[in-house]
Design a protein around this ligand. Structure first.
Ligand code: ADP
Length: 399
């Protein structure tokens, strides 16, 4: 079975074409800067990478270009589009009633649309991708794989906020969580690597990319998670503030005359590493600036690590045990200085860092960055959300 996986962001489309017989990737790529004059398609197949400037005014045009690349006689891997059996779509927010992946029909499209208010940066482009792919590939099944699904069974004590009851019953204000596909992916892989059954493994999984989130996993199931009603809560992120006193919002509205739209934008897009450092939302830039003596950048990095360590401490206490802390995402998989600092922060919980391992386990490698006898192992496990989506898609279609 050949599964085409689509992951649409506001100005980008990531894609991978899988042969599920051996889970090999036949082609993959990224179309970025959709809607600008600098749109560029990075397409890889057969060990070769092709980068070409393209005209992609919207997601529909963009997807057309991607499908052309996949079937191109020179850089493609398929004779024609009929070889694709089904399409898996990453959807960020599935709301309260979606506990698993689902075949896309009118009802599922309505769910994605209805939850756009809760994930304004993600659900609208996800929907644009679904619409474009369904019209380009109308004869095959399309499956929605929801980022919220792995987190949909959190206990009430973890998903409810201490707010008036009718805010929950009437307005569905609760913790939903995000990055579920990534947390699920590394949970399954960690169980395998630690030689534990998935039903028995206890973990703290930490996804550190542009968005950052943490999940407490007990017996293979998510029991707490750091992101909330929206992806704004929890850890410090590239541009999102993570936890703040909610009173900051009304204080700044009154004090600085900021509108709700201003506050929404500032907390989501102008805070986090970018807001504190004034340099960049990118961890590499912040680390470089900090090394060059920029005190704001150094503070941004310190805040970032401190929040992570504090959350791990909290999750450690609510879990029945912790077989490992698992780091993933662009920063978790690659950033030596951040991983070193996290391990240092976890010393009292029993993490014994192994600097040699920290240096070696980068760029897609998997392994522990603590010593073999470290009471608390810290592992780096690259996430593969696309493969998870492909597996889920295959499972739904075969059912
Ligand atoms: P997204 O959440 O958009 O998928 P990624 O998971 O790619 O993002 O993570 C992006 C973050 O990873 C950025 O802050 C970037 O600086 C960081 N990152 C990526 N590669 C490295 C690296 N080699 N060293 C340090 N940080 C890195």
């Amino acid at each position: 079975m050949k599964v085409f996986v689509v992951n649409c962001g506001s100005s980008s489309i990531k894609y991978q074409l899988f042969e599920m017989a051996d889970e090999s990737v036949l082609a993959k790529g990224l179309l970025e800067r959709i809607g600008t004059s600098e749109a560029v398609l990075h397409h890889s197949a057969g060990g070769q990478r092709h980068d070409s400037p393209v005209e992609a005014p919207d997601h529909s045009a963009g997807l057309g270009l991607i499908l052309e690349a996949v079937t191109d006689s020179r850089i493609g891997v398929l004779a024609n589009l009929d070889e694709i059996d089904c399409v898996g779509h990453r959807v960020v927010h599935g709301g309260e009633h979606i506990h698993q992946s689902a075949l896309i029909d009118e009802a599922i499209i309505a769910v994605v649309r209805a939850n756009a208010e809760l994930a304004p940066l993600h659900n609208p482009p996800n929907l644009a991708g679904i619409t474009a792919a369904m019209s380009a590939l109308p004869k095959i099944p399309h499956v929605a794989v929801f980022d919220t699904a792995f987190l949909a069974d959190l206990p009430a004590r973890a998903f409810r906020y201490a707010l008036p009851k009718d805010w929950y019953s009437q307005y569905h204000v609760r913790r939903y969580g995000f990055h579920g596909t990534s947390h699920q992916c590394v949970t399954l892989r960690a169980a395998e690597l630690l030689g534990a059954s998935t039903e028995k493994v206890n973990l703290i999984t930490v996804h550190l990319g542009n968005g950052c989130s943490m999940t407490a996993v007990a017996g293979g199931k998510a029991v707490d998670h750091s992101m909330g009603l929206t992806p704004l809560e929890g850890l410090v992120m590239g541009t999102r503030c993570g936890d703040i006193d909610p009173a900051v919002v009304f204080y700044m509205a009154r004090r600085a005359g900021l509108s709700l739209e201003d506050l929404d934008r500032i907390l989501n897009k102008e805070s986090g590493l970018l807001g504190v450092s004034g340099v960049s939302n990118d961890m590499r830039d912040c680390l470089t600036a900090a090394d060059d003596g920029n005190a704001d950048a150094a503070l941004a990095v310190e805040l970032f690590v401190y929040r992570i360590v504090k959350y791990i401490g909290a999750y450690f206490t609510v879990l029945p045990g912790c077989d490992a802390v698992v780091l993933t995402g662009g920063i978790g998989e690659n950033s030596l200085p951040i991983r070193r600092r996290i391990c240092q922060g976890l010393r009292r919980l029993g993490a014994v860092a192994d600097e040699e391992r920290n240096k070696i386990i980068v760029g897609g490698k998997t392994g522990p960055i603590t010593t073999d006898d470290s009471p608390l192992p810290v592992w780096v496990i690259p996430t593969d959300e696309e493969l998870m989506i492909a597996r889920e898609t295959q499972a739904v279609v075969e059912k």
